[in-house]
Ligand binder design. Structure first.
Ligand code: AMP
Length: 280
């Protein structure tokens, strides 16, 4: 495994490497969710291809400085995980080398970004689009893998690739969960033991909502009420940031489930904001 910091060096390695080249973009603090994406990347790369993992806490996608400062960065541990999983290249750029201080070009997404998580995180998805654009241009990966846990991010990246004609194939990977059903996340370490025992209520509520839909209910109000009721009962101190049933492609809120749809939610447990979703 080779760790590279500079754009020039990683580019040289990627340019001369056999295809397919499969990218897993991350912000580090790697957990079982990321491992699963990396294993998938290994499988796609096959015997001859290469896997590159980028580890970069992208400053421009954070809307709160405190959130950025407190983001965990156990780089030595992350590198050990990558080595163990058979990653070929780990790209760890430094922020000051990655972005020009006087950069004047931005990538902005103007439809899906203001919804769901974007409503309370202005600029977040433009920051994501910018980092992914640069990574795709630097590395020229054949394919890149993204987790379905971040459903909105995945939908926006599919738009980015479509609208800007990137040639990287986007692969979606199912959400990896704890045995309790809680979606794995770097943020879970911030939960108290009591919160940790209550947070699986999010997944349970989503499953109950989907059961109601499967039984024939089409009204999103009634479907979402099922979720609210469950969360109120199981975790009354949690606070829903948003809860919506949206079109799987445009992320526009639906009143009736009359097309492929997703229930997406963000819930606060204390200061920790957890997201999850379920496809209907
Ligand atoms: P992050 O480091 O949080 O930016 O995540 C890097 C990638 O890992 C993104 O594509 C995430 O969607 C994905 N990811 C994070 N947690 C999970 C999970 N529990 N299951 C599947 N993918 C995940």
């Amino acid at each position: 495994m080779i760790q590279l910091h500079s754009e020039h060096d990683i580019q040289e390695h990627c340019d001369s490497s056999p295809t397919p080249l499969v990218l897993v973009p991350t912000m580090g603090a790697l957990h079982e969710g990321h491992f699963s994406l990396i294993r998938k990347a290994k499988e796609l790369a096959g015997e001859h291809g290469k896997v590159v993992v980028s580890i970069f806490v992208n400053p421009i996608q954070f809307d709160r400085a405190q959130d950025l400062d407190s983001y965990p960065q156990p780089i030595a541990q992350d590198l050990q995980h990558c080595e163990r999983l058979g990653v070929d290249y780990v790209y760890t750029p430094k922020s000051e080398d990655f972005y020009f201080e006087d950069r004047s070009i931005e990538v902005s997404e103007n439809s899906l970004s203001s919804l769901l998580c974007g409503a309370t995180r202005p600029g977040h998805f433009n920051g994501v689009c910018m980092v992914i654009t640069k990574l795709f241009n630097i590395l020229q990966p054949t394919a890149a893998i993204f987790g379905q846990k971040d459903y909105q991010q995945l939908a926006i990246i599919r738009r980015l690739v479509r609208d800007l004609s990137f040639r990287t194939e986007i692969i979606a990977h199912p959400t990896v969960r704890e045995v309790s059903g809680l979606a794995m996340s770097s943020r879970n370490v911030g939960l108290s033991s009591e919160e940790l025992s209550l947070a699986p209520a999010i997944r349970e509520g989503l499953l109950k909502a989907r059961e109601l839909y499967a039984s024939g209910e089409k009204s999103t109000d009634r479907i979402l009420s099922k979720f609210r009721l469950h969360l109120d009962r199981r975790a009354p101190l949690s606070k829903i940031d948003y809860l919506e049933c949206v079109c799987a492609d445009t992320l526009q809120a639906l009143t009736e489930v009359d097309r492929p749809a997703v229930i997406a939610t963000a819930v606060f447990f204390g200061p920790v904001r957890l997201i999850d979703n379920i496809v209907l």
